[in-house]
Structures are given as structure tokens and as C-alpha cells.
Design a protein around this ligand. Structure first.
Ligand SMILES: *[C@@H]1O[C@H](CO)[C@@H](O)[C@H](O)[C@H]1NC(C)=O
Ligand SMILES: *[C@@H]1O[C@H](CO)[C@@H](O)[C@H](O)[C@H]1NC(C)=O
Length: 150
């Protein structure tokens, strides 16, 4: 018991902050940028999404269907959004070239914001992400069970 407590504790400290993120960013083989946003929907709120990034102080909207908000001209017709099962949205930006700055990627859903900062030229390949996220999914699940059963 004590031993498993210890193991979960270590796993939790190491993995929770980085791996149970509600936003993930990667590049597909054909150089499309993929941003997954996994904020749970709130039934009381209108469903909408907004994907953006910022380098420094200015925020650029890439794709949104928040009423009254619109994407920057340079991103018009270059991205699309699909719904993820069971929740969340995925935004694909075509013709992505790695930015020369550390970039903060953000998504907003139902009034909540998730963000992740990526160092320049450090965006991971989606093919590498899959294993990483499958692993973290198991860790998140284990921790969830551990927390609810103790
Ligand atoms: C935004 O798009 C989602 C998914 O297509 C849809 O369910 C939602 O109603 C849209 N929201 C607005 C404000 O148009
Ligand atoms: C985006 O596509 C629409 C419809 O296909 C077109 O009318 C519009 O001019 C396009 N915008 C840009 C910036 O290319």
C-alpha cells in the first residue's frame, strides 16, 4: 500500500503538470499544424471555439466561431476545425512553417482558456505524439482511479 502510494506520488509529480494538458500541439507529416483542444463543454454555455497563438504581446486568431470574433486575414481559408469524439475540437492549419519565436498556442471553449508554450523549432511530430499521449492517457486514468478510490 505504502509502496503504491509512493509510485503514484512520483508519477503524479512527474507527469500530471505536463501530460494531462487540455491542449496539445503537433505537426503532421505534410506540415499541417494540429492543435487539439480538450476543454470539457459546459451545458449552460453556447458551444464555440477559438484557436489562436501569440508570440510576445500580440495574439493572432487562427480560427474561431465565437460570434463577433474573426480570424486574422493571413489565416483565412487556411485552417479548419473538426469536432473530436467525445469532446473538444481539433484545428488544422495548412502550410505551417515553424515560427522563429517561442509561441504560445491557445484555445478557448465555453469561456475557458487552455494554453501551451512551445519553444521555437520544438513543435513535435504528431506521429511521436501518439505514443506520448497514449501513455499519458493511461497515467491520467490511473491517477483518476487512485484519487477516487482512496
Ligand atoms: C461552433 O461550432 C460548433 C461545432 O461545429 C457548433 O456546435 C457550435 O454551435 C458553433 N457555435 C457558434 C456560436 O456558431
Ligand atoms: C476565402 O474563401 C472564400 C470563399 O471560398 C472567398 O470568398 C474569400 O475571398 C477567401 N479569402 C481569402 C483571404 O482568400
Amino acid at each position: 500500500m505504502l509502496k503504491s502510494l509512493f509510485v503514484f506520488g512520483v508519477l503524479g509529480v512527474l507527469l500530471i503538470p505536463a501530460q494531462c494538458d487540455r491542449i496539445s500541439v503537433c505537426v503532421e507529416d505534410d506540415n499541417d499544424l494540429r492543435v487539439d483542444c480538450l476543454i470539457p463543454p459546459k451545458p449552460s454555455q453556447i458551444a464555440n471555439y477559438e484557436f489562436s497563438w501569440s508570440t510576445g504581446t500580440k495574439e493572432y486568431v487562427i480560427n474561431t466561431n465565437v460570434s463577433g470574433s474573426s480570424a486574422e486575414k493571413e489565416f483565412k481559408n487556411k485552417s479548419y476545425v473538426e469536432e473530436l469524439d467525445p469532446q473538444g475540437y481539433r484545428m488544422i492549419l495548412t502550410g505551417y512553417t515553424d515560427t522563429l519565436h517561442t509561441t504560445t498556442y491557445m484555445c478557448k471553449m465555453s469561456g475557458e482558456v487552455a494554453s501551451i508554450s512551445v519553444e521555437k523549432e520544438q513543435v513535435v511530430q504528431c506521429s511521436a505524439m501518439f505514443l506520448k499521449s497514449a501513455g499519458s492517457w493511461i497515467v491520467c486514468l490511473l491517477l483518476f482511479f487512485y484519487q477516487t478510490h482512496s
